[in-house]
Design a protein around this ligand. Structure first.
Ligand code: ZN
Length: 597
């Protein structure tokens, strides 16, 4: 008797091979047969007309805190993800010294925009080492499997305390301690090590992160912690000092920063995934990175380019972080009202005239949690509005590749008004739940042609979904659905990517990168992590604001349509878009973890 039998689905098996029709049998959490399967089953699903894919592997999330209050990893669970990786970008919650928790919360608030009050109320501490943290998370029931990286910032703060917060150079003794803690964590099952060095990543109090621009010596010393251990990975986000210093030396700064990361991967003898975006303020950088990764490969260093399948930017609405109207005093007077009432108050013609006639106040003043970029956006609004788009559904899906002619800027030009007026009227319409989409990165050409080329780079990895992070600004945890729906099926503004190739990126490629040989492909003996999908119904409805975080915190959540069921270890964790009571998810250790050094 099979536990589960899925019959007649079109299988896209994750290897990149052409789709084929077959039955899939599952028992004890594993796929047992693929082909023509006979015999009875506890549960049988007639899947004719549907597609069966492996579960998706999301290598870039920030659920480190959310994992302790949300068993289900929303919203990633709505988007076919069955295994996710947290601890990215150098930030996380272990190791941590007693009394240091608030500092890590401040860091997570600043870098990943998860409100400190949410983390303070939601997190249940009770660990000090990495292993204790991972086990504490594993004791809680979860829907999805999760892996975790050792974050450089937490490691540095643990060992160096305030000296790390001040960005001091690590002493030999500091390095010895960090090395041994990292080694212990890697042996204990950490999936790898993450580091972040970017000017936009700051603590909640506005300071640079503890591992901002650490020395190559520190990185190489930490890299030796990987020696003699099984396969592990490195993850890095870096702005390559693009805008710090003489513009004419931008490329040499890139080479130097890239060289540090490459050297670390070389010393560790392991691959590294580097965040890869087409950045507006450093337009040549993405090309340098593409070249550099190929150079590294020729030198035997495995550098992967972690990229997003769509523009990376912000969503602006009445209740999001990036709402420009909060800079206008006449809007601030009604800010306390619930969104629907506020929208109605905004539609009052006197109020409207007043707000639009006022000069904006500066938001990122000392003591404020507002990001300085918001002041910049407001100051340059008329120009930037050419890249801002009202979020509307086209055929039931949000349009992530809108024509520039639909931008706030172009609409304003056509109507002979200011872009801010167009935005005002759009956000104050109806119940005040509209959003403006502003793809800051990857959209300089006004379409996704650049992203197309990025996704096809031989070193590309599907990444940057950022689940759990930037909860008031984005919802890119849905980007796995964009990769599948937009790129394989629905794109009209340029070439698509074959379905089998897209599925391989979402599944086997990331599984292999993480060293997970037991998943990512539909084949007998492998873990029964599966997505049953009605491809022709696949859609991404507009995001919504929900107030379901601890301490009444709000976040942007985007669901999906078309996923009939997602299975983890053979158990359905979602059915027709609803989360089930099953909690088969486990902490998934890196391969060959021993627990001892
Ligand atoms: Zn990140």
């Amino acid at each position: 008797m099979h536990d589960l039998l899925i019959s007649g689905a079109t299988i896209v098996d994750g290897t990149g091979a052409e789709p084929f029709t077959a039955d899939v049998a599952v028992s004890h959490g594993r796929i047992t047969e693929v082909g023509r399967v006979t015999g009875a089953a506890q549960r049988s699903i007639d899947a004719a007309g549907a597609h069966l894919l492996p579960g998706f592997i999301d290598i870039h999330t920030h659920y480190d805190g959310q994992a302790s209050w949300d068993e289900t990893f929303t919203p990633s669970i709505y988007h076919g993800v069955t295994t996710l990786v947290m601890g990215n970008c150098g930030v996380g919650f272990a190791p941590v010294r007693p009394g240091q928790q608030a500092q890590l919360i401040d860091l997570m608030q600043g870098v990943e925009e998860i409100p400190g009050s949410v983390l303070t109320e939601g997190m249940r501490w009770g660990w000090e080492s990495f292993g204790e943290y991972a086990r504490a998370m594993d004791r809680m029931p979860h829907s999805l499997d999760f892996m975790t990286l050792v974050p450089h910032d937490a490691l540095r703060l643990y060992v160096m305390g305030e000296r790390a917060a001040r960005g001091e150079v690590a002493s030999d003794d500091d390095l010895r301690q960090m090395h041994s803690l990292l080694r212990e964590a890697l042996a204990d099952g950490a999936a790898g090590f993450s580091l972040g060095s970017t000017e936009t990543h700051r603590t909640g109090s506005g300071q640079m992160t503890p591992s901002f621009q650490v020395s190559g010596h520190e990185m190489n010393t930490l890299a030796t912690a990987f020696h003699g251990l099984p396969y592990r990975v490195l993850q890095a986000v870096d702005d390559f000092s693009a805008t710090r210093g003489d513009p004419r030396e931008e490329q040499s700064r890139f080479d130097r920063e890239y060289g540090k990361i490459e050297a670390m991967a070389q010393v560790a003898g392991q691959p590294v995934a580097i965040s890869w975006m087409d950045r507006v303020f450093a337009p040549r950088q993405s090309g340098w990175l593409a070249e550099a990764a190929l150079h590294s490969a020729r030198r035997g260093v495995d550098v992967r380019l972690a990229c997003a399948p769509r523009g990376v930017g912000t969503l602006s609405g009445l209740d999001t972080t990036m709402n420009p109207f909060i800079a206008f005093p006449a809007y601030r007077e009604i800010m306390h009202l619930p969104p629907a009432e506020r929208a109605a108050a905004m539609r009052d013609s006197e109020r409207r005239a007043l707000v639009l006639a006022q000069s904006p106040i500066k938001l990122a003043v000392p003591g404020s949690s507002m990001p300085p970029v918001l002041d910049f956006v407001i100051a340059h609004f008329d120009h930037l509005a050419m890249d801002m788009f009202p979020c509307v559904e086209v055929d039931g899906s949000m349009d992530y590749e809108p024509e520039r002619s639909k931008s706030l800027g172009a609409t304003a030009q056509a109507q002979g008004v200011r872009p801010l007026e167009v935005m005002y009227d759009f956000l104050s319409a109806g119940d005040g739940s509209n959003f403006i989409y502003y793809p800051i990165f990857n959209y300089a050409s006004g379409d996704l042609s650049k992203v197309h080329d990025m996704l096809l780079h031989p070193k590309a990895l599907y990444s940057l979904a950022d689940g759990g992070a930037h909860v008031g600004t984005i919802c890119d945890a849905s980007s796995s659905t964009t990769l599948l729906a937009h790129w394989a099926l629905q794109r009209t503004r340029g070439p698509r990517i074959p379905l089998a190739q897209v599925v391989e990126m979402l599944t086997r490629r990331n599984a292999q990168f993480m060293g997970l040989g037991d998943r990512g492909v539909i084949a007998p003996g492998l873990k029964a992590d599966l997505n049953l999908v009605q491809l022709d119904r696949l859609a991404l409805p507009l995001p919504q604001i929900v107030r379901d975080l601890p301490a009444g915190g709000r976040r942007i959540v985007q669901k999906s349509r078309g996923y009939l069921a997602t299975f983890v270890s053979g158990q359905a964790v979602t059915e027709n878009g609803d989360i089930t009571a099953a909690r088969p998810g486990r902490w998934t250790r890196g391969p060959g973890a021993t627990g001892t050094v």
